[in-house]
Design a protein around this ligand. Sequence first.
Ligand SMILES: Nc1ncnc2c1ncn2[C@@H]1O[C@H](COP(=O)(O)OP(=O)(O)OP(=O)(O)O)[C@@H](O)[C@H]1O
Ligand SMILES: [Mg+2]
Length: 373
Amino acid sequence: MARIVCSNLIPSITSLPLKPSLLFQWPNLSNSSHSMLSMNRRFSSAKISMSLKAGIVGLPNVGKSTLFNAVVENGKAQAANFPFCTIEPNVGIVSVPDPRLHVLSELSKSQRAVPASIEFVDIAGLVKGANQGEGLGNKFLSHIREVDSILQVVRCFEDNDIVHVSGKVDPKSDIDVINLELVFSDLDQVEKRMEKLKKGKARDSQSKMKEEAEKSALENIQQALMDGKPARSVSLTDFQKDAVKHLCLLTMKPVIYVANVAESDLAEPESNSYVKEVMNLASELQSGLVTVSAQVEAELTELPPEERIEYLKSLGVDESGLGNLIRATYGLLGLRTYFTSGEKETKAWTIQGGKHHYACRNDCTSSGWGYTL
Ligand SMILES: Nc1ncnc2c1ncn2[C@@H]1O[C@H](COP(=O)(O)OP(=O)(O)OP(=O)(O)O)[C@@H](O)[C@H]1O
Ligand SMILES: [Mg+2]
């Protein structure tokens, strides 16, 4: 018998044991096509999204590829001490750590446990003027357009041997450069779209309504961008959001700032003034912050598991920062996890959707119980 469990991953990581009051009977899917049909209808509003992407973005040579290699399974991006080392994006799969998967797997005596996964994309470094073609230019802004959320890596470590493209470590200036490039690129796109909309091609009343919603949203977004603010700072109705969605605006994407620190700052990152600066900016910009040392994480992947704990202890920390980074990214993407659990396997499914969505795939065709954690 398989079980289907739904949960919201981020707020409660270990909420087992299960709450019997929330148990409900799951319909028998294996023998009834009618059951399957009604299940599909019931679940149609939930988008099963196995390929949501988080883009690793930042100035050149700040540690993006080093982080990518540490975080993805078998990451082999070239990481080296020179700007523009990365040109083509590197894409890799990341498993989301979740202790509940293993608890469920043990309860069901499953043969295997399959975690949820997300995709990370390591994107070429951006420099001032990228929107005008500087550095690697516009093509690389378009790679950011394709991701669903942004991890902005900010250099917070001093090291005279590692080149900084602006000549000195300055997180505020680095963040401003990246954010302004994204703003300029969006502004360009919004203005082009507004020109097109002036022609008013909509024929029927529904398309006209959508066009009007898009126009009014774009006017507000344009104003915010001209003030140097991101598009996500504009308050829009759901209808307006939907109307501008096709533009994939860069500054509409949610952001987490990743403060990349020296190994000596891992134990107490808040005592590092660079990290404090990023922390303040992140909260001003209503974005998340995660502190990691990409260099340490890369070194950890080279060590046998038993030596990793010793190494972390020697740096004054208990665990690698990657778990936090992955969970924060998962939360940023607005993802939820549903579990199916049986003797064959316990599996964490990823879905994106609003409240109270339930997901099902053709392969969870066993009758059983479902419960919410
Ligand atoms: N926390 C850190 N402490 C010290 N050195 C680091 C740290 N993180 C990364 N580095 C070093 O910085 C250099 C640049 O790293 P990496 O190639 O990952 O940067 P990048 O952002 O991907 O650059 P590019 O934009 O050119 O592709 C490497 O030599 C790497 O070892
Ligand atoms: Mg790189």
